[in-house]
Design a protein around this ligand. Structure first.
Ligand code: NAP
Length: 286
């Protein structure tokens, strides 16, 4: 299946490079800025196109790897071209294939194909792609072609429904971007305690990495330790009294979720005082 990309940014370059090196099926790139397409083509040893329709004619599958807000703009152009029988894909995590309005009348087939990975580098991230899980969603009759395309590049995938895309993407944000914010909160509080910039990573790394590795190895319930799991109400009370602002809100909300895990882990333990504390503190804030 010959593949072309509209949008020569981080995801376009990365996925394009992977297809080029594993399947030799990359036609090339069209992008808003001609130099972006030219650079991507140089990198992947494919062609760059200054005319969108010329690229489309040469491809069986087109990946629209532009920012989410521009996907429908590109689609508005594509849908007036001769695209019958072609696979039209975008890579947004939050949008579904339903963004391709009127695709049935064109004879093309629409998909969203999303890598669960922070793709941060146009030229290096392709090496990380095989480690990530892709989600595919779209036209059921031809989804096997997209599966085959990913499989041929050694990529892992699962199929999801259009109606869960927003929730799925929100979940990905929870374990990705929001972890960054959580680490920021810990750093901010440790700075108040007098930790130097150097000491911050020494303080945080073993805790963070130890927990992540443990959760991945044995699951959330078995990995959970700490004052909430131990039902140390007094300690949690002191933390809440010490923190303020957004860090306190984060601590409180996540503590409530942590109690849910602790209750599942220790079903014989009575966490009602801790739950009352966490709920009362919330009421006081309102
Ligand atoms: N980065 C990630 O971590 C990540 C992960 C998973 C999924 N995604 C998804 O992948 C898609 C692309 O994201 P990205 O991070 O690769 O974005 P990006 O690095 O900003 O690249 C977007 C590219 O599209 C070009 N472009 C913008 N508007 C265009 C238009 N109307 N027509 C043609 N080309 C246009 C850009 O401009 P120029 O031609 O001017 O360079 C740029 O080269 C998004 O849907 C995003 O949600 C991203």
């Amino acid at each position: 299946m010959k593949v072309g990309f509209v949008g020569a940014g981080k995801v376009g370059c990365s996925l394009g490079m992977l297809f080029a090196t594993t399947q030799h099926n990359l036609v090339g790139f069209y992008s808003r800025t001609s130099s972006s397409a030219a650079e991507a083509a140089d990198f992947t040893k494919s062609k760059h196109f200054s005319n969108l329709e010329t690229l489309i004619k040469e491809c069986d599958a087109v990946f629209i790897t532009v920012p989410d807000d521009a996907i429908s703009v590109v689609w508005e152009q594509l849908k007036h071209m001769s695209i019958a029988g072609k696979m039209i894909c975008h890579c947004s995590g939050s949008l579904s294939s339903e963004i391709f309005k009127g695709i049935d009348e064109t004879g093309a087939f629409g998909f969203s194909v999303h890598p669960l990975l922070a793709v941060s580098d146009r030229y290096k991230s392709y090496q990380e792609l095989p480690k990530s899980l892709f989600t595919i969603e779209g036209e059921k009759g031809h989804i096997s072609d997209i599966k085959a395309l990913l499989e041929a590049s050694g990529l892992k995938y699962t199929v999801i429904n259009a109606d869960v895309k927003t929730r799925y993407h929100g979940a990905a944000v929870l374990c990705s971007n929001l972890v960054v914010a959580l680490i920021q909160a810990a750093e901010d509080e440790l700075r108040i305690c007098g930790f130097s910039e150097e000491q911050l990573s020494d303080a945080i790394a073993p805790l963070l990495l130890g927990n992540v590795n443990k959760v991945l190895a044995v699951g959330t319930e078995n990995a959970l330790t700490g004052p909430i799991e131990r039902n140390d109400v007094g300690t949690v009370q002191k933390h809440l009294n010490t923190f303020d602002g957004i860090d306190r809100d984060i601590y409180q909300v996540l503590s409530r979720k942590t109690v849910e895990i602790a209750k599942r882990k220790n079903s014989n333990r009575d966490y009602s005082d801790l739950e009352a504390l966490l709920n009362t503190q919330e009421d006081l804030e309102e």
